[in-house]
Write a protein that binds this ligand. Structure first.
Ligand code: NFE
Ligand code: MG
Length: 504
C-alpha cells in the first residue's frame, strides 16, 4: 500500500522547504522537493545602478552573503574588464574562507548534529563540565515548562536510533556549544576585511575597500589557530565517530552522480590554480567547465516564461497559479543534465587526476579510517565527511594567503561603470556552485540573474521530467515509520539546503 509523507517546513535548514514522498513497500517511490516562497531579487535589481548589485544580492541570504557579494563583483569585473591588486584578491579569499568555515561548522553541529546525537541524554548527565551542567539544567527546565515547546530546540524530535554511547553524545554536545563560539569567531575574522558581518560593506568591483595591515593579518592568524584546533580535534573526529556509528548512511542518499564545481580559492592572488578546481564530472568523466551550456528550465516551476534560457536571457515572472508546477525554484541544468553541487561535488571533481593530488590522498586516508570505499562517498555521510575535510584544507590555505599578503599595499583598482557590458561571476559558496550574470545598458542593470547552489540541488523536475538531485537522493530510501521519517530528514539535511538562496 502506498502512503504519502509531507514535511513542511523541513526544520534545521535555512528557508522554507517542503518535501513530499510517496512510500511503497517501506521505500520512497517518488519524491517532490519544493521551495515555498517567492522573493524576486532578480526583479528588484532591474533598472538599478550596477554598483548596488553586490550589496542588494548579499541580502539574498544571511548565511552566505559574502559569496553572493563575491559572485557579483566577479561578474562586474568581467563587464568592466577590471582586475584587483593582489591584496584585494587575498582579502576577499580570507573573507570568503571565514564564511565557508562558519557555514560548515554550523551545519554539522547545529543543523545536522541533532539528527545523530542523542540530545535527550543530556538530562542524565552526571559529570561536572560546567557547560554541560548548564545545558542539562536548561533542558530540564524546558521540559518542565508548560508555556514553551518542551525542550526546544532539541525536543520534541523523531524517535530513531541515535548515537548509543553516553560519553560519545556528551562529547559531541560539548562541541555543539563550542561550535557556537567558533561561529562568532569566524564572523569576527571575516569582519576584519568585511567591515561588519553578515553582509560585507567592503566588497567592490576591483577589490575590497578595507585596508590590509599587519595588525589585521595578525588578528586573522590568531583566530585561524583556534579554528584549526577545533577542526582537527573536534569536527573531524566527531564526523568520523558518526560515520562509524551509522554505516547504513553510506548506502543511502545517492544523488544524481554528476558533479559540478566552478572552482574556488586560487592558491595565490588571481591564480588559475585553485584549492578546489573547476570541472564537471559527467557519468564519471571529467570535463572542463563550460558556462555557456548552463540554462534554467521552468516547466515545473512557478514562473510563466523563458524555459531553457541561458541566465543572460533569463526571466523571472512569477506565476503562482501555474498548473502542474510545484516549486518556486527554477531547474538549472548543465547541457540538459542534473548536477550535484557542494562539498561532495568539489571533492569528487578535485580528486580526479590532474586536479588536486593532496585532496585525493586526504579523501582516501579518511575513507580508509572509516572503513569505506570511494564508491560510498555518494551518500549522506559522504557529504558530511567531504564538508569536514574541506575545512581542514581551507584553514591551511588561509595560512598561506596570510603569508602572501603585503601590509599597506593597495587593495582595489579604480574604475568607472561602462555604459553597456555584460559579465558573469562564477564562484563556489559553502553549498556549491554560485553564479551571477549581469547585463548593463544605459549604465543601469538591464538583466541580473543568479543561479544558486541550492537551486541546483533542490531543483524540481526539468522540462524533460527529470527530477532534481535531492529528489533523486530520496527515491529508494527505506522509511521505517511514516510518523518518524528521520531517514528523509537526514538525506535532505546532508545537502545543507538554503531555500532563501534557492528562490532568491
Ligand atoms: Ni543561503 Fe548559499 C551557500 C549560496 S546556498 S546559503 O552556501 O549561494 O544556495
Ligand atoms: Mg535565478
Amino acid at each position: 500500500m502506498s502512503k504519502t509523507i509531507e514535511l513542511s517546513p523541513v526544520t534545521r535548514i535555512e528557508g522554507h522547504l517542503a518535501i513530499k514522498v510517496e512510500v511503497e513497500d517501506g521505500k520512497v517511490a517518488k519524491a517532490f522537493v519544493a521551495g515555498e516562497m517567492f522573493r524576486g531579487f532578480e526583479k528588484i535589481l532591474r533598472g538599478r545602478d550596477p554598483l548596488d548589485a553586490q550589496h542588494v544580492t548579499q541580502r539574498i541570504c544571511g548565511v552566505c552573503p559574502v559569496e553572493h557579494g563575491v559572485a557579483s563583483v566577479l561578474a562586474q569585473e568581467m563587464a568592466y574588464k577590471l582586475t584587483p591588486p593582489a591584496n584585494g584578491f587575498l582579502a576577499r579569499y580570507l573573507l570568503q574562507a571565514a564564511n565557508f568555515l562558519m557555514s560548515h561548522i554550523t551545519h554539522f553541529y547545529i543543523l545536522s548534529g541533532p539528527d545523530f546525537v542523542d540530545v535527550a541524554m543530556i538530562a542524565d548527565y552526571k559529570g561536572s563540565d560546567p557547560a554541560l551542567v548548564a545545558l542539562r539544567n536548561w533542558v530540564k527546565s524546558q521540559l518542565a515548562s508548560r508555556t514553551v515547546v518542551p525542550g526546544g530546540p532539541f525536543l520534541p524530535r523523531y524517535a530513531a536510533k541515535y548515537l548509543q554511547d553516553a560519553d560519545a553524545n556528551f562529547t559531541v554536545l560539548r562541541h555543539y556549544l563550542e561550535a557556537i563560539e567558533m561561529r562568532t569567531l569566524e564572523h569576527r575574522m571575516g569582519a576584519i576585511f568585511a567591515g561588519k558581518l553578515p553582509h560585507a560593506a567592503t566588497l567592490v568591483p576591483g577589490g575590497i575597500t578595507e585596508k590590509v595591515t599587519a595588525l589585521k593579518l595578525g588578528e586573522y592568524r590568531a583566530g585561524l589557530d583556534t579554528l584549526r584546533d577545533f577542526i582537527e580535534q573536534s569536527y573531524l573526529p566527531d564526523v568520523i565517530a558518526v560515520a562509524k556509528a551509522f554505516p547504513e548512511y553510506f548506502t543511502v542518499g545517492k544523488g544524481c552522480g554528476n558533479y559540478m564545481s566552478y572552482g574556488v580559492f586560487p592558491v595565490t592572488a588571481g591564480s588559475d590554480t585553485k584549492l578546489f578546481p573547476s570541472g564537471v564530472l559527467l557519468e564519471g568523466k571529467l570535463q572542463p567547465l563550460n558556462p555557456d551550456v548552463i540554462a534554467e528550465d521552468v516547466g515545473s516551476s512557478l514562473y510563466s516564461s523563458g524555459s531553457g534560457l541561458s541566465p543572460y536571457a533569463g526571466e523571472t515572472e512569477a506565476a503562482p497559479d501555474k498548473v502542474n508546477a510545484y516549486s518556486w525554484l527554477k531547474a538549472p541544468r548543465y547541457n540538459g543534465k542534473v548536477m550535484e553541487v557542494g562539498p561532495l561535488a568539489r571533492a569528487m571533481v578535485g580528486c580526479q587526476d590532474g586536479q588536486n593530488a593532496a585532496l585525493k590522498s586526504a579523501v582516501n586516508a579518511l575513507l580508509k579510517e572509516i572503513g569505506r570505499e570511494a564508491g560510498d562517498l555518494n551518500s549522506v555521510l559522504g557529504r558530511h565527511a567531504a564538508r569536514a575535510l574541506e575545512c581542514k584544507f581551507i584553514v591551511d590555505q588561509c595560512a598561506q594567503w596570510l603569508d602572501q599578503a603585503t601590509p599597506d599595499e593597495p587593495t582595489f583598482t579604480d574604475f568607472s561603470v561602462p555604459e553597456s557590458g555584460c559579465g558573469h561571476g562564477l564562484t563556489e559558496a559553502a553549498r556549491g556552485s554560485l553564479g551571477h550574470w549581469i547585463d548593463i545598458g544605459d549604465s543601469k542593470i538591464r538583466n541580473y540573474q543568479c543561479v544558486v547552489p541550492t537551486t541546483w540541488n533542490c531543483s524540481p523536475r526539468d522540462d524533460r521530467g527529470v527530477p532534481g538531485t535531492v529528489e533523486q537522493a530520496l527515491v529508494g530510501l527505506p522509511i521505517a515509520d511514516a510518523q518518524n521519517p528521520i531517514e528523509a530528514a537526514r538525506v535532505v539535511r546532508s545537502f545543507d539546503p538554503c531555500l532563501a538562496c534557492a528562490v532568491h
